[in-house]
Design a protein around this ligand. Structure first.
Ligand code: SF4
Length: 726
């Protein structure tokens, strides 16, 4: 490694250690050694120290040994005259820098100085889990951490758009010559936030620790690696977290030190300035530190150096198109036209036709386009009817394909799609309209994307778009009839009515030993895959992550164990899981990868279980928040008494039926109750406890065990009369 780079990284790490020590000593003096320290909503304490050293730092005094360790890693700055191999020393300095930076930002939290203005600050565990699916299914192929500022705002926006088009999650921050890319993007009105794949972390280099301690947590959360297994954690980030650093503007010692820390994690650094390059691979997959002075080439160079697998879908429409635009909102002041919602009648409906009835690629617009809006009007009626044909197309696939309309339309920049069926709401921005977007482009998108993602079952696609109220009203009853029939078909299916379940191993790219088994009455724990989705996915990609598994001989009807299913788990979990009960929380429950929608957890004193969903940030009666609970459930391991589940599994007849089913549920947040709504009431009725929805406590009734027991006794909750759980 270049002596210049090593010397700068070591100087930077020494400076960071001094800053951290001074700040920690000052805090201990002013606030006392037992003062709490930490980040919001994480079960991993100071994550870098937790993952790599196994440390559980909760107070100021517990941070002292971390800084001692950071000091022990600090080498001497290379002398002018003696030439040595510098790589090891520079990497040690990088590691030291990360420990110091983590303590500095934790102390800033203590002093109310983080998050910085317009910045996210620390990334919570909840966010990491909710992005899990996008990470594993390739929608989000990698992460970029940008430090500094581009030479001008236009270049900053261009780099960001190029990364967004490749669906790369972008963390922006730090600064160069007093200017931060965050402000460049704000000045250009670029929408930032998790939904837009652009997350500002902070305006100094030290806050660059946030993306890094987020990345290291994925090793603990999804990789099933124990805190303290430093080498395994670093191998995991190198092999499974496709991140890189992009430094815009001059590098200083602190940036070199932070960069050396990132290189330890397998993340290469690409800079736009004249720097000495470090090209040997090993710690990183390819080169460790490279320069690219041409802004036209800089994004492709980053992709190449990190080896990110990008799937770009080029669609012939006048606006940018990528998953990174999925969460973009079109606000009222940006609006050109809207359909559905409160603005009027709108629906979307996908149906199967015979091959000779579909002219592939044809989009028909029946009615006025969005450049013929009535004066002073900003809304129109809309019906989007998608007709598909294919030799392998089946009626059962229709809802699965139709559900993608939401995603496909949202990927277009300047378009917003919410809801589905006859409850959709679509907005088109002035910006998209001015760039030439018209209704026929909806057809172009749907045609291209259905072919791109579902070409194994879809041979032809044509789209009809109606914008006259009379047409929309006339066509709606036919669509509604189909929606009702579909609901019937899905709700009529039981685990007994099929001889095959579907596996899902999509999350193994992050949680190598985790397998989901999806049955008609139990969807995947992420909530994204039902049995029909598994079936469709298998038809589409027969060698993919969803495989049919014949149930075979029934071994235990109460627990829900079959011989073939157990054999499959054993084989696909790399021999880590011998048997799995499909219907039990207590005996050989399914493992959890980390991206579960909810966690079910036993409360022995109540003879029941509580369920918490990931959007609930408060305390639960088991004494833990969702985040803390999640820390002990994920990583592809079986944890009796705890289970990661999809929301809809709660209202299934097979929901922990081995333990008595829904009647065991004693607590769930109000919001979760509301989300389940009528389904929860119906399931309670079917379970023979029609009052159950009201008998289940929520945070307004109890947040401690004592309050919970009092409430359950008062309402005579049925769990109190069930056999003991233990
Ligand atoms: S079904 Fe399971 S394995 Fe598949 S994506 Fe969802 S959580 Fe991951």
């Amino acid at each position: 490694m270049s002596k210049i780079v090593a010397a700068a990284a070591i100087r930077g790490a020494q400076e960071l250690h001094k800053q951290a020590s001074d700040a920690l000593n000052k805090a201990i003096k002013e606030k006392g050694p037992d003062t709490k320290i930490g980040f919001p909503e994480t079960a991993f304490y100071l994550p870098m120290a937790n993952a790599l050293l196994g440390a559980q730092v909760e107070t100021l005094k517990e941070a002292l040994p971390i800084l001692e360790h950071a000091k022990s890693l600090l080498p001497q700055v290379p002398s002018e005259r003696v030439w040595l191999p510098y790589l090891g020393d520079a990497l040690n300095a990088g590691m030291s820098a990360l420990f110091s930076e983590e303590i500095i930002v934790a102390l800033r939290y203590l002093n109310g100085q983080e998050p910085q203005k317009d910045c996210n600050g620390f990334f919570t565990d909840t966010i990491m889990r909710s992005l899990g699916i996008q990470l594993v299914d390739g929608r989000m192929p990698g992460f970029a951490a940008i430090l500094g500022a581009a030479p001008d705002n236009q270049t900053a926006v261009k780099i960001i758009r190029e990364l967004q088009e490749r669906n790369i999650l972008i963390f922006v921050g730090s600064q160069a010559k007093g200017r931060s890319i965050i402000d460049q993007l704000l000045e250009e009105n670029v929408q930032m936030g998790w939904d837009n794949y652009i997350v500002p972390y902070g305006r100094d280099t030290i806050s660059g620790i946030y993306p890094l301690n987020w990345a290291i947590r994925s090793a603990l959360t999804f990789g099933g690696i124990k805190p303290g297994q430093a080498q395994r954690c670093l191998m995991y980030t190198k092999e499974r977290v496709f991140a890189f650093g992009l430094v815009l503007g001059e590098l200083d010692d602190i940036k070199y030190a932070t960069g050396a820390g990132a290189i330890n994690m397998g993340f290469p650094i690409i800079a736009d300035s004249e720097i000495p390059e470090v090209k040997p691979s090993g710690i990183t997959a390819y080169e460790a530190l490279v320069k690219e002075l041409d802004y036209k080439k800089i994004v492709p160079r980053c992709i190449e150096v990190r080896g990110v697998k990008v799937k770009v879908t080029k669609i012939d429409i006048p606006v940018a198109y990528a998953a990174a635009f999925e969460g973009e909102r079109v606000r009222k002041e940006q609006l050109h036209v809207e359909f559905g919602g409160k603005a009027g009648l709108s629906f979307e409906y996908l149906t199967t036709k015979k091959l000779d009835e579909v002219q592939d690629g044809q989009t028909e617009l029946i009615g006025p386009d969005i450049d013929q809006l009535e004066k002073d009007k900003k809304s129109m009626p809309l019906a989007i009817i998608i007709e598909v044909a294919g030799r392998k197309m089946q009626k059962d696939f229709e809802p699965i394909l139709e559900r993608q309309v939401h995603r496909f339309i949202n990927y277009a920049m300047g378009l917003m799609h919410i809801g589905q069926r006859d409850m959709n709401w679509i907005r088109i921005s002035n910006d998209a309209y001015n760039k030439g977007f018209r209704l026929k482009h909806l057809g172009v998108i749907l045609h291209a994307m259905l072919h791109d993602e579902y070409n194994a079952i879809v041979d032809k696609v044509q789209v009809k778009i109606y914008t006259k109220l009379a047409d929309v009203e006339k066509l709606l009853p036919q669509a509604k009839k189909a929606f009702d029939e579909r609901d019937e078909r899905l709700s009529g299916m039981t685990d007994e009515s099929v001889d095959t379940f579907y596996s899902c191993t999509l999350c193994q790219s992050f949680a190598p030993n985790h397998v989901c088994m999806i049955t008609p009455e139990r969807l995947g724990l992420c909530g994204a895959y039902s049995w029909l989705d598994g079936k469709a996915s298998y038809e589409i990609t027969p060698t993919g992550p969803n495989q049919p598994v014949l149930k075979g001989e029934l071994q235990d009807a109460r627990l829900g164990q079959w011989k073939n299913i157990n054999d499959f788990f054993y084989q696909k979990s790399n021999k880590h899981i011998e048997k799995v009960s499909m219907y039990s929380l207590m005996e050989s429950p399914q493992s959890s990868c980390g991206c579960f929608e909810c966690i079910a957890a036993i409360i022995p004193e109540a003879n029941g279980i509580m369920i918490v969903h990931r959007d609930y940030a408060g305390m639960t009666p088991c004494g833990m928040s969702f985040t803390t609970l999640a820390g002990s459930v994920g990583g592809g391991v079986q944890t009796p008494g705890f289970l990661g589940i999809g929301k809809l599994y709660i209202v299934s007849k097979k929901f922990i039926s081995a333990e008595g089913g829904l009647k065991r549920v004693v607590w769930m947040p109000q919001e979760l109750k509301e989300l389940l709504g009528e389904k929860l009431k119906k399931a309670a009725q079917e379970a023979g406890a029609p009052e159950l929805a009201e008998q289940i406590a929520d945070e307004s009734k109890a947040t401690t065990q004592e309050e919970l027991i009092n409430f359950l006794n008062k309402v005579k909750h049925p769990a109190l009369d069930l056999p003991s759980l233990l």
